[in-house]
Design a protein around this ligand. Structure first.
Ligand code: FAD
Ligand code: SF4
Length: 451
Protein backbone atom coordinates (compact mmCIF):
# COMPACT_ATOMS: atom_id res chain seq x y z
CA UNK A 1 0.00 0.00 0.00
CA UNK A 2 1.26 3.50 -0.90
CA UNK A 3 2.17 5.38 2.30
CA UNK A 4 1.34 9.01 2.84
CA UNK A 5 -2.10 9.18 1.26
CA UNK A 6 -2.90 12.46 2.98
CA UNK A 7 -5.05 15.03 1.22
CA UNK A 8 -7.83 17.53 1.58
CA UNK A 9 -11.13 17.30 -0.28
CA UNK A 10 -11.85 13.66 0.53
CA UNK A 11 -15.46 14.79 0.84
CA UNK A 12 -17.32 17.59 -0.92
CA UNK A 13 -17.67 20.84 1.00
CA UNK A 14 -21.41 20.15 1.33
CA UNK A 15 -20.69 16.77 2.92
CA UNK A 16 -18.15 18.35 5.25
CA UNK A 17 -20.48 21.12 6.36
CA UNK A 18 -23.22 18.53 6.93
CA UNK A 19 -20.81 16.42 9.02
CA UNK A 20 -19.79 19.42 11.12
CA UNK A 21 -23.33 20.62 11.79
CA UNK A 22 -24.56 21.08 15.34
CA UNK A 23 -24.09 18.14 17.73
CA UNK A 24 -27.50 19.00 19.23
CA UNK A 25 -29.95 21.08 17.21
CA UNK A 26 -30.88 24.15 19.30
CA UNK A 27 -34.16 23.83 21.22
CA UNK A 28 -37.14 25.63 19.74
CA UNK A 29 -39.20 27.89 22.02
CA UNK A 30 -41.84 25.18 22.34
CA UNK A 31 -39.26 22.50 23.17
CA UNK A 32 -37.65 24.78 25.77
CA UNK A 33 -41.00 25.42 27.45
CA UNK A 34 -41.94 21.73 27.37
CA UNK A 35 -38.54 20.71 28.73
CA UNK A 36 -38.59 23.32 31.49
CA UNK A 37 -42.05 22.05 32.50
CA UNK A 38 -40.45 18.65 33.24
CA UNK A 39 -38.31 20.16 36.02
CA UNK A 40 -39.52 19.48 39.57
CA UNK A 41 -37.72 22.59 40.92
CA UNK A 42 -36.18 20.44 43.63
CA UNK A 43 -35.30 21.93 46.98
CA UNK A 44 -31.52 21.62 47.61
CA UNK A 45 -31.32 20.72 43.93
CA UNK A 46 -28.73 18.01 43.22
CA UNK A 47 -28.09 19.53 39.78
CA UNK A 48 -26.92 22.79 41.37
CA UNK A 49 -24.76 20.81 43.80
CA UNK A 50 -23.17 19.03 40.85
CA UNK A 51 -22.46 22.22 38.90
CA UNK A 52 -18.84 23.34 39.44
CA UNK A 53 -19.97 26.97 39.04
CA UNK A 54 -23.00 26.64 41.39
CA UNK A 55 -25.57 27.77 38.82
CA UNK A 56 -29.07 27.92 40.34
CA UNK A 57 -30.42 25.36 37.88
CA UNK A 58 -34.06 25.15 39.05
CA UNK A 59 -34.05 28.94 39.36
CA UNK A 60 -33.08 29.53 35.74
CA UNK A 61 -35.33 26.74 34.46
CA UNK A 62 -38.29 28.29 36.31
CA UNK A 63 -37.58 31.60 34.54
CA UNK A 64 -37.62 29.89 31.14
CA UNK A 65 -40.91 28.22 32.06
CA UNK A 66 -42.42 31.59 32.93
CA UNK A 67 -41.19 33.19 29.69
CA UNK A 68 -38.42 35.28 31.32
CA UNK A 69 -35.65 33.90 29.10
CA UNK A 70 -33.28 36.86 29.49
CA UNK A 71 -33.70 36.61 33.27
CA UNK A 72 -32.76 32.90 33.00
CA UNK A 73 -29.65 33.80 31.02
CA UNK A 74 -28.67 36.44 33.59
CA UNK A 75 -28.97 33.85 36.41
CA UNK A 76 -26.69 31.49 34.48
CA UNK A 77 -24.13 34.15 33.58
CA UNK A 78 -24.05 35.53 37.13
CA UNK A 79 -22.30 32.32 38.15
CA UNK A 80 -20.73 31.24 34.87
CA UNK A 81 -19.82 33.99 32.43
CA UNK A 82 -19.06 31.28 29.85
CA UNK A 83 -22.44 29.63 30.40
CA UNK A 84 -23.05 29.67 26.67
CA UNK A 85 -19.94 27.63 25.84
CA UNK A 86 -20.60 25.37 28.80
CA UNK A 87 -24.15 24.77 27.56
CA UNK A 88 -22.51 23.33 24.44
CA UNK A 89 -19.44 21.51 25.76
CA UNK A 90 -19.93 20.61 29.44
CA UNK A 91 -19.97 16.86 30.09
CA UNK A 92 -23.43 17.28 31.62
CA UNK A 93 -23.89 13.50 31.59
CA UNK A 94 -21.31 13.40 34.38
CA UNK A 95 -22.36 16.61 36.15
CA UNK A 96 -25.81 18.19 36.53
CA UNK A 97 -27.77 15.84 34.27
CA UNK A 98 -26.26 12.76 35.85
CA UNK A 99 -27.85 13.60 39.20
CA UNK A 100 -31.18 14.97 37.93
CA UNK A 101 -33.98 13.20 39.79
CA UNK A 102 -35.83 12.72 36.51
CA UNK A 103 -33.34 9.97 35.72
CA UNK A 104 -35.10 7.87 38.34
CA UNK A 105 -38.71 8.77 37.63
CA UNK A 106 -38.55 8.97 33.83
CA UNK A 107 -35.14 7.49 32.95
CA UNK A 108 -34.25 10.77 31.24
CA UNK A 109 -32.85 13.91 32.86
CA UNK A 110 -34.03 17.42 32.15
CA UNK A 111 -31.72 18.56 29.34
CA UNK A 112 -30.08 21.24 31.48
CA UNK A 113 -27.18 21.91 29.11
CA UNK A 114 -29.48 22.53 26.16
CA UNK A 115 -31.73 24.80 28.22
CA UNK A 116 -28.67 26.75 29.33
CA UNK A 117 -27.63 27.19 25.72
CA UNK A 118 -31.19 28.17 24.74
CA UNK A 119 -31.34 30.94 27.35
CA UNK A 120 -27.87 32.37 26.72
CA UNK A 121 -28.27 32.24 22.91
CA UNK A 122 -31.52 34.14 23.36
CA UNK A 123 -29.82 36.87 25.40
CA UNK A 124 -26.93 37.16 22.93
CA UNK A 125 -29.37 37.37 20.01
CA UNK A 126 -31.21 40.21 21.80
CA UNK A 127 -27.85 42.04 22.11
CA UNK A 128 -28.40 42.61 25.83
CA UNK A 129 -25.47 43.39 28.17
CA UNK A 130 -26.69 42.61 31.69
CA UNK A 131 -23.42 43.41 33.49
CA UNK A 132 -21.77 46.68 34.35
CA UNK A 133 -18.55 47.68 35.99
CA UNK A 134 -18.52 48.45 39.68
CA UNK A 135 -17.29 51.85 40.89
CA UNK A 136 -13.58 52.33 40.03
CA UNK A 137 -11.23 51.12 42.76
CA UNK A 138 -8.04 52.37 41.07
CA UNK A 139 -6.48 48.91 41.49
CA UNK A 140 -4.69 47.28 38.55
CA UNK A 141 -4.51 43.54 38.07
CA UNK A 142 -2.53 41.56 35.50
CA UNK A 143 -4.01 38.36 34.10
CA UNK A 144 -1.79 35.98 32.14
CA UNK A 145 -3.71 33.99 29.51
CA UNK A 146 -7.02 34.82 27.84
CA UNK A 147 -8.55 31.35 28.18
CA UNK A 148 -11.68 30.57 30.21
CA UNK A 149 -9.82 30.97 33.54
CA UNK A 150 -8.26 34.33 32.65
CA UNK A 151 -11.39 35.75 31.01
CA UNK A 152 -13.63 34.70 33.88
CA UNK A 153 -11.24 36.22 36.42
CA UNK A 154 -10.94 39.44 34.39
CA UNK A 155 -14.71 39.81 34.02
CA UNK A 156 -15.39 39.37 37.72
CA UNK A 157 -12.59 41.78 38.63
CA UNK A 158 -14.06 44.36 36.29
CA UNK A 159 -17.50 43.87 37.86
CA UNK A 160 -15.78 44.66 41.17
CA UNK A 161 -14.39 47.90 39.74
CA UNK A 162 -10.76 46.91 39.18
CA UNK A 163 -8.74 47.61 36.02
CA UNK A 164 -7.48 44.50 34.29
CA UNK A 165 -4.78 43.91 31.69
CA UNK A 166 -4.75 40.46 30.10
CA UNK A 167 -1.50 39.32 28.49
CA UNK A 168 -2.11 36.63 25.88
CA UNK A 169 0.58 34.99 23.77
CA UNK A 170 -1.69 34.22 20.82
CA UNK A 171 -3.18 36.70 18.38
CA UNK A 172 -6.75 36.07 19.56
CA UNK A 173 -8.22 35.68 23.04
CA UNK A 174 -10.37 32.66 23.97
CA UNK A 175 -7.81 29.95 24.79
CA UNK A 176 -8.98 26.44 24.00
CA UNK A 177 -12.53 27.72 23.46
CA UNK A 178 -11.18 29.32 20.30
CA UNK A 179 -8.46 26.79 19.44
CA UNK A 180 -9.27 23.48 21.10
CA UNK A 181 -12.91 22.54 21.56
CA UNK A 182 -14.32 20.34 18.81
CA UNK A 183 -15.58 22.28 15.78
CA UNK A 184 -18.91 20.39 15.83
CA UNK A 185 -19.51 21.58 19.42
CA UNK A 186 -18.49 25.21 18.87
CA UNK A 187 -20.13 26.25 15.62
CA UNK A 188 -19.54 29.46 13.71
CA UNK A 189 -18.14 32.36 15.71
CA UNK A 190 -19.62 31.18 19.02
CA UNK A 191 -16.29 31.45 20.90
CA UNK A 192 -15.47 34.93 19.55
CA UNK A 193 -19.03 36.14 20.24
CA UNK A 194 -18.69 35.09 23.87
CA UNK A 195 -15.29 36.78 24.27
CA UNK A 196 -16.73 40.00 22.80
CA UNK A 197 -19.62 39.80 25.27
CA UNK A 198 -17.20 39.33 28.20
CA UNK A 199 -14.97 42.23 27.17
CA UNK A 200 -17.95 44.47 26.49
CA UNK A 201 -18.21 45.17 30.24
CA UNK A 202 -15.18 47.48 29.85
CA UNK A 203 -12.17 47.95 32.08
CA UNK A 204 -10.36 44.98 30.51
CA UNK A 205 -7.43 45.66 28.21
CA UNK A 206 -6.22 42.65 26.19
CA UNK A 207 -2.59 42.67 25.03
CA UNK A 208 -2.26 39.89 22.47
CA UNK A 209 1.07 38.53 21.22
CA UNK A 210 2.52 39.03 24.70
CA UNK A 211 4.05 35.97 26.37
CA UNK A 212 5.03 35.53 29.97
CA UNK A 213 8.63 34.37 30.06
CA UNK A 214 9.47 35.92 26.68
CA UNK A 215 8.12 39.47 26.50
CA UNK A 216 7.99 40.08 30.25
CA UNK A 217 8.52 38.13 33.46
CA UNK A 218 6.54 37.49 36.59
CA UNK A 219 8.60 39.87 38.71
CA UNK A 220 7.86 42.74 36.34
CA UNK A 221 4.14 42.05 36.67
CA UNK A 222 4.36 41.79 40.44
CA UNK A 223 6.16 45.12 40.65
CA UNK A 224 3.78 46.90 38.34
CA UNK A 225 0.37 45.49 39.36
CA UNK A 226 -1.52 45.15 42.63
CA UNK A 227 -2.14 41.44 41.97
CA UNK A 228 -1.44 38.83 39.28
CA UNK A 229 -3.61 35.94 38.07
CA UNK A 230 -1.98 33.14 36.07
CA UNK A 231 -4.22 31.17 33.71
CA UNK A 232 -1.82 29.93 31.10
CA UNK A 233 -3.40 26.49 30.68
CA UNK A 234 -1.40 23.55 29.42
CA UNK A 235 1.47 24.71 27.30
CA UNK A 236 3.10 21.34 26.52
CA UNK A 237 1.97 17.99 25.13
CA UNK A 238 3.11 14.58 26.31
CA UNK A 239 5.28 12.48 24.00
CA UNK A 240 4.71 8.78 23.31
CA UNK A 241 8.29 8.02 24.26
CA UNK A 242 8.98 5.82 21.22
CA UNK A 243 11.46 6.31 18.38
CA UNK A 244 10.78 8.43 15.30
CA UNK A 245 7.96 10.57 16.66
CA UNK A 246 8.99 13.28 14.17
CA UNK A 247 8.22 11.08 11.16
CA UNK A 248 6.07 12.79 8.50
CA UNK A 249 2.42 12.08 9.25
CA UNK A 250 2.83 11.99 13.05
CA UNK A 251 1.05 14.90 14.75
CA UNK A 252 0.14 16.26 18.15
CA UNK A 253 -3.64 16.02 18.28
CA UNK A 254 -3.98 19.42 19.98
CA UNK A 255 -2.01 21.24 17.24
CA UNK A 256 -4.04 19.57 14.53
CA UNK A 257 -7.33 20.35 16.28
CA UNK A 258 -6.25 23.99 16.29
CA UNK A 259 -5.88 23.83 12.50
CA UNK A 260 -9.32 22.27 12.18
CA UNK A 261 -10.77 25.14 14.26
CA UNK A 262 -8.92 27.89 12.41
CA UNK A 263 -8.76 26.76 8.77
CA UNK A 264 -11.39 26.29 6.12
CA UNK A 265 -12.44 22.68 6.75
CA UNK A 266 -12.30 21.77 3.06
CA UNK A 267 -8.57 22.57 2.99
CA UNK A 268 -7.52 20.38 5.95
CA UNK A 269 -5.64 17.33 4.63
CA UNK A 270 -6.29 13.99 6.33
CA UNK A 271 -5.03 10.47 5.75
CA UNK A 272 -6.91 7.54 4.26
CA UNK A 273 -6.00 5.43 7.31
CA UNK A 274 -5.64 7.23 10.60
CA UNK A 275 -4.55 6.00 14.02
CA UNK A 276 -5.15 7.96 17.23
CA UNK A 277 -3.41 7.09 20.49
CA UNK A 278 -5.07 8.10 23.75
CA UNK A 279 -8.18 7.58 25.84
CA UNK A 280 -9.39 11.06 26.75
CA UNK A 281 -11.64 13.60 25.14
CA UNK A 282 -8.81 15.01 23.02
CA UNK A 283 -8.34 11.57 21.48
CA UNK A 284 -12.07 11.28 20.78
CA UNK A 285 -12.21 14.83 19.40
CA UNK A 286 -9.42 14.33 16.88
CA UNK A 287 -10.67 10.87 15.88
CA UNK A 288 -14.23 12.09 15.26
CA UNK A 289 -13.17 15.22 13.40
CA UNK A 290 -10.73 13.40 11.13
CA UNK A 291 -13.47 10.89 10.32
CA UNK A 292 -15.88 13.74 9.60
CA UNK A 293 -13.26 15.15 7.19
CA UNK A 294 -13.36 11.91 5.21
CA UNK A 295 -10.64 9.57 6.54
CA UNK A 296 -11.60 6.03 5.50
CA UNK A 297 -10.53 4.24 8.67
CA UNK A 298 -9.91 5.85 12.05
CA UNK A 299 -8.74 3.58 14.86
CA UNK A 300 -8.37 4.90 18.38
CA UNK A 301 -6.03 2.78 20.48
CA UNK A 302 -5.93 2.96 24.25
CA UNK A 303 -3.52 1.10 26.50
CA UNK A 304 -5.98 0.10 29.24
CA UNK A 305 -9.62 -1.07 29.28
CA UNK A 306 -12.62 0.92 28.10
CA UNK A 307 -13.69 1.56 31.72
CA UNK A 308 -10.40 3.35 32.38
CA UNK A 309 -10.76 5.72 29.44
CA UNK A 310 -10.98 9.34 30.58
CA UNK A 311 -13.42 10.07 27.76
CA UNK A 312 -17.00 9.95 28.99
CA UNK A 313 -19.39 7.24 27.79
CA UNK A 314 -21.21 9.90 25.80
CA UNK A 315 -17.97 10.90 24.04
CA UNK A 316 -17.18 7.25 23.32
CA UNK A 317 -20.64 6.88 21.83
CA UNK A 318 -20.05 9.91 19.59
CA UNK A 319 -16.86 8.25 18.35
CA UNK A 320 -18.56 4.96 17.66
CA UNK A 321 -21.60 6.45 15.93
CA UNK A 322 -19.20 8.37 13.69
CA UNK A 323 -17.43 5.19 12.64
CA UNK A 324 -14.32 5.41 14.83
CA UNK A 325 -13.07 1.98 15.88
CA UNK A 326 -11.95 1.89 19.52
CA UNK A 327 -9.32 -0.73 20.40
CA UNK A 328 -8.17 -1.14 23.98
CA UNK A 329 -5.41 -2.97 25.86
CA UNK A 330 -2.64 -2.07 23.41
CA UNK A 331 0.31 0.29 23.54
CA UNK A 332 2.43 1.74 20.74
CA UNK A 333 5.75 0.04 20.19
CA UNK A 334 7.16 1.27 16.89
CA UNK A 335 6.54 3.72 14.09
CA UNK A 336 7.17 2.20 10.65
CA UNK A 337 7.99 4.53 7.78
CA UNK A 338 9.17 4.60 4.20
CA UNK A 339 11.37 7.58 3.24
CA UNK A 340 10.44 9.20 6.58
CA UNK A 341 6.73 8.97 5.74
CA UNK A 342 4.57 7.09 8.22
CA UNK A 343 3.41 3.70 6.91
CA UNK A 344 2.18 1.77 9.95
CA UNK A 345 2.12 1.75 13.73
CA UNK A 346 3.06 -1.39 15.62
CA UNK A 347 1.34 -2.10 18.95
CA UNK A 348 1.81 -4.57 21.73
CA UNK A 349 -1.18 -5.99 23.60
CA UNK A 350 -1.23 -5.16 27.30
CA UNK A 351 -2.59 -6.81 30.39
CA UNK A 352 -3.29 -5.49 33.85
CA UNK A 353 -1.81 -7.50 36.72
CA UNK A 354 -3.41 -8.12 40.13
CA UNK A 355 -1.64 -5.01 41.49
CA UNK A 356 -3.18 -2.86 38.72
CA UNK A 357 0.20 -2.59 36.99
CA UNK A 358 0.08 -2.63 33.20
CA UNK A 359 2.55 -4.73 31.22
CA UNK A 360 3.03 -5.84 27.62
CA UNK A 361 2.09 -9.41 26.67
CA UNK A 362 4.76 -9.67 23.94
CA UNK A 363 2.08 -10.22 21.30
CA UNK A 364 2.02 -7.48 18.64
CA UNK A 365 -0.06 -6.22 15.73
CA UNK A 366 0.32 -3.50 13.10
CA UNK A 367 -2.14 -0.91 11.88
CA UNK A 368 -1.51 0.70 8.48
CA UNK A 369 -1.51 4.47 8.94
CA UNK A 370 -1.00 7.58 6.84
CA UNK A 371 -1.46 9.77 9.89
CA UNK A 372 -0.90 9.15 13.58
CA UNK A 373 -2.29 11.52 16.21
CA UNK A 374 -0.77 11.62 19.69
CA UNK A 375 -3.42 12.47 22.27
CA UNK A 376 -1.97 11.17 25.50
CA UNK A 377 -2.34 14.31 27.52
CA UNK A 378 -1.15 17.86 27.93
CA UNK A 379 0.95 19.28 30.73
CA UNK A 380 2.38 22.46 32.18
CA UNK A 381 5.86 23.56 31.14
CA UNK A 382 6.73 25.83 34.09
CA UNK A 383 9.59 27.62 32.30
CA UNK A 384 7.52 30.79 31.51
CA UNK A 385 7.19 31.31 35.28
CA UNK A 386 10.94 32.00 35.33
CA UNK A 387 13.46 31.24 38.06
CA UNK A 388 13.89 32.54 41.61
CA UNK A 389 10.70 33.75 43.23
CA UNK A 390 8.11 31.53 41.49
CA UNK A 391 4.90 29.88 42.65
CA UNK A 392 5.37 26.41 44.10
CA UNK A 393 4.35 23.46 41.96
CA UNK A 394 2.70 20.22 43.05
CA UNK A 395 2.31 17.26 40.71
CA UNK A 396 3.62 19.35 37.81
CA UNK A 397 0.98 22.09 38.19
CA UNK A 398 0.88 25.38 40.06
CA UNK A 399 -0.10 24.67 43.64
CA UNK A 400 -3.08 26.73 44.92
CA UNK A 401 -5.26 26.86 48.02
CA UNK A 402 -9.11 26.71 47.82
CA UNK A 403 -9.11 30.46 47.03
CA UNK A 404 -6.71 29.92 44.12
CA UNK A 405 -3.85 31.62 45.98
CA UNK A 406 -0.37 30.44 45.07
CA UNK A 407 2.61 30.35 47.43
CA UNK A 408 3.36 33.98 46.44
CA UNK A 409 1.23 36.47 48.41
CA UNK A 410 0.18 38.58 45.41
CA UNK A 411 -0.19 35.83 42.79
CA UNK A 412 -3.26 33.67 42.10
CA UNK A 413 -3.67 30.91 39.51
CA UNK A 414 -6.43 28.75 38.06
CA UNK A 415 -7.62 26.56 35.19
CA UNK A 416 -5.60 23.79 33.58
CA UNK A 417 -2.26 25.07 34.92
CA UNK A 418 -3.47 24.15 38.43
CA UNK A 419 -4.67 20.78 39.72
CA UNK A 420 -8.29 19.76 39.14
CA UNK A 421 -10.54 18.52 36.36
CA UNK A 422 -9.46 19.95 33.04
CA UNK A 423 -12.82 21.33 31.99
CA UNK A 424 -13.96 24.72 30.76
CA UNK A 425 -16.47 25.01 33.57
CA UNK A 426 -13.81 24.33 36.21
CA UNK A 427 -11.49 26.95 34.70
CA UNK A 428 -14.33 29.50 34.78
CA UNK A 429 -15.02 28.73 38.43
CA UNK A 430 -11.32 29.01 39.30
CA UNK A 431 -11.13 32.42 37.66
CA UNK A 432 -14.27 33.62 39.45
CA UNK A 433 -13.04 32.39 42.84
CA UNK A 434 -9.63 33.96 42.31
CA UNK A 435 -11.24 37.31 41.47
CA UNK A 436 -13.25 37.20 44.71
CA UNK A 437 -10.14 36.36 46.68
CA UNK A 438 -8.07 39.07 44.97
CA UNK A 439 -10.82 41.59 45.70
CA UNK A 440 -10.91 40.54 49.35
CA UNK A 441 -7.13 40.79 49.58
CA UNK A 442 -7.06 44.26 48.01
CA UNK A 443 -9.95 45.48 50.19
CA UNK A 444 -8.18 44.23 53.34
CA UNK A 445 -4.94 45.97 52.29
CA UNK A 446 -6.88 49.16 51.66
CA UNK A 447 -8.39 48.91 55.13
CA UNK A 448 -4.97 48.27 56.71
CA UNK A 449 -3.40 51.19 54.80
CA UNK A 450 -6.14 53.66 55.60
CA UNK A 451 -7.77 52.17 58.70
C1 FAD B 1 -8.86 19.06 22.37
C2 FAD B 1 -9.54 19.50 23.62
C3 FAD B 1 -10.90 19.34 23.74
C4 FAD B 1 -11.55 19.75 24.91
N1 FAD B 1 -12.90 19.55 24.99
C5 FAD B 1 -13.55 19.96 26.11
C6 FAD B 1 -14.96 19.80 26.21
O1 FAD B 1 -15.61 19.28 25.31
N2 FAD B 1 -15.57 20.24 27.36
C7 FAD B 1 -14.86 20.84 28.37
O2 FAD B 1 -15.45 21.25 29.36
N3 FAD B 1 -13.51 20.98 28.31
C8 FAD B 1 -12.85 20.55 27.20
N4 FAD B 1 -11.48 20.70 27.12
C9 FAD B 1 -10.76 21.31 28.27
C10 FAD B 1 -10.89 22.83 28.28
O3 FAD B 1 -10.69 23.35 26.98
C11 FAD B 1 -9.87 23.42 29.26
O4 FAD B 1 -10.06 22.80 30.52
C12 FAD B 1 -10.00 24.92 29.41
O5 FAD B 1 -9.84 25.58 28.17
C13 FAD B 1 -8.94 25.45 30.41
O6 FAD B 1 -8.96 26.83 30.43
P1 FAD B 1 -7.63 27.65 30.81
O7 FAD B 1 -8.02 29.07 30.74
O8 FAD B 1 -7.06 27.10 32.03
O9 FAD B 1 -6.59 27.30 29.66
P2 FAD B 1 -6.59 27.57 28.10
O10 FAD B 1 -7.93 27.45 27.49
O11 FAD B 1 -5.53 26.66 27.55
O12 FAD B 1 -6.10 29.07 27.97
C14 FAD B 1 -4.80 29.46 28.37
C15 FAD B 1 -4.40 30.69 27.59
O13 FAD B 1 -3.12 31.13 28.04
C16 FAD B 1 -2.32 31.47 26.90
N5 FAD B 1 -0.92 31.32 27.27
C17 FAD B 1 -0.21 30.16 27.39
N6 FAD B 1 1.06 30.44 27.75
C18 FAD B 1 1.15 31.78 27.85
C19 FAD B 1 2.22 32.67 28.19
N7 FAD B 1 3.44 32.22 28.48
N8 FAD B 1 1.97 34.01 28.21
C20 FAD B 1 0.74 34.50 27.90
N9 FAD B 1 -0.31 33.68 27.58
C21 FAD B 1 -0.10 32.35 27.55
C22 FAD B 1 -2.77 30.49 25.85
O14 FAD B 1 -2.48 30.96 24.55
C23 FAD B 1 -4.29 30.44 26.10
O15 FAD B 1 -4.99 31.43 25.39
C24 FAD B 1 -10.81 20.31 25.97
C25 FAD B 1 -9.43 20.46 25.85
C26 FAD B 1 -8.79 20.06 24.70
C27 FAD B 1 -7.31 20.20 24.58
S1 SF4 C 1 -32.54 17.71 39.61
FE1 SF4 C 1 -33.64 17.77 37.63
S2 SF4 C 1 -35.75 18.03 38.23
FE2 SF4 C 1 -34.57 18.59 40.05
S3 SF4 C 1 -34.21 20.83 39.90
FE3 SF4 C 1 -32.48 19.84 38.87
S4 SF4 C 1 -33.10 19.76 36.70
FE4 SF4 C 1 -34.99 20.12 37.88
Amino acid sequence: MKPGDIRSGRLSSDEISHNFSDLHAPLTELQAIQESARCLFCHDAPCTEACPTDIDVPGFIRKIASGNVNGAAKSILDENIMGNTCGNVCPVEELCEQVCVKNTSEEKPVVIGQLQRYATDFLFDCGIQPFERGPETGKNIAVVGAGPAGLSCAHRLSMLGHNVTIFESRNEPGGLNEYGLAAYKMLDDRAAREVAFILDIGGINVETGQSLGTDFDLNELRNKYDAVFIGLGHNAVNALGIDNENTEGVHNAVDFIERIRQENLSTVAVGRNVVVIGGGNTAIDIAVQVKKLGAETVTLVYRRGVEQMAATEFEQEIAQTNGVLIRTQARPLRIHSTDNQLRAVEFEYTEIGANGQMSGTGETFELPADQLFKAIGQSLDPSPLGGGDVPELAGGRISVDPNQRTSLPDVWAGGDCTAGNDLTVVAVQDGKNAARSINEHLSNNEYLNHG
